[in-house]
Design a protein. Structure first.
Length: 295
């Protein structure tokens, strides 16, 4: 595997964008013999790095690899570490061919990129220390909340604060580990994020039993792979591959591996059974945005 950095200059970005716009992604993969997938370093169990060699793995990473084995079997996969903040521009300009992180599909983002059929539906909740009395977002009034920059949790916190006349001072971490560190060190009273990612961060923490996931869901979010918006042929190829795996039961097997069985590096299970919503989506796949879930 080859880890690529995501520090792209404006000039380089413009050049890549021009090149990407000139042809389809499938043609590009065939011509170059490689495919760049965007992954995360700290978004277990969806996409994360483990070990001294920084190997990327996770539910969405494995789905990406299985999709590419079908649609571009001869292309070498290169893994690029990206963040919530730079995912959109790097997919838009063609630097990343297929985004494999835990990215929420919403109407705003649909104007910038295309999303594949939904492969996970998360609920945005909060993690607190095990001895915390907090069980509701209203109990956080005036308390410091941690969230990761660029995530939809930030927008949902603002909306909840406005709608419920609750003050939620929010500190932003550059990634989920930094956000969790605020909770761990006592600088924040809660860490707000997708439930599956919260479970992953807690499972890989120094003291997994020292934290719990509580509170009402701020919203349900469809999570999906993503690609350039102006390439319907590539989207169809990705969608068709995913739908085949959904119908065959392969996606359900991959889900069980990452959400019910012990996962690296600590070999602890998250014990998050598949939701009824996702079960229905595997039977009738679609790429509907977040707004269709929370209307």
């Amino acid at each position: 595997m080859r880890l690529m950095t995501a520090n792209i200059t404006l000039a380089c970005t413009a050049l890549v964008a021009a090149m990407a716009a000139s042809g389809s992604t499938l043609e590009k993969l065939q011509k170059t013999g490689k495919v760049v997938i965007g992954v995360r370093e700290s978004s277990a169990p969806m996409a994360y790095a483990i070990g001294a060699n920084h190997r990327f793995t996770g539910y969405h990473v494995e789905l990406c690899e299985k999709v590419l084995a079908q649609i571009a079997p001869s292309a070498k996969i290169e893994y690029m570490a990206i963040t919530a903040q730079n995912t959109m521009p790097l997919v838009q300009n063609g630097t990343v061919d297929l985004g494999c992180g835990p990215t929420t599909n919403n109407l705003s983002r649909q104007k910038q990129v295309s999303f594949a059929v939904t492969t996970y539906v998360s609920q945005v909740r909060m993690a607190v220390r095990a001895d915390s009395p907090v069980t509701s977002f209203k109990q956080l009034d005036g308390k410091t909340v941690a969230a990761s920059a660029g995530t939809t949790a930030v927008q949902l916190l603002r909306k909840y604060s406005h709608d419920n006349n609750v003050k939620l001072p929010t500190q932003l971490g550059k990634d989920h580990f930094e956000s969790f560190l605020m909770l761990e060190s006592g600088r924040a009273d809660a860490f707000v994020l997708d439930d599956n990612l919260l479970a992953g961060v807690i499972a890989n923490s120094k003291d997994p039993k020292g934290y719990k996931i509580v509170g009402e869901a701020l919203g349900s979010e469809p999570i999906a792979l993503l690609m350039r918006k102006d390439d319907p042929g590539f989207k169809k190829a990705v969608d068709d591959a995913l739908v085949r795996m959904m119908k065959s039961g392969e996606v359900a097997k991959v889900y069980d591996k990452w959400f019910m069985q012990p996962i690296p590096p600590k070999e602890m299970p998250l014990n998050l059974p598949m939701s009824e919503t996702l079960k229905q989506l595997l039977q009738a796949p679609n790429d509907k945005p977040l707004e269709a879930y929370n209307s």
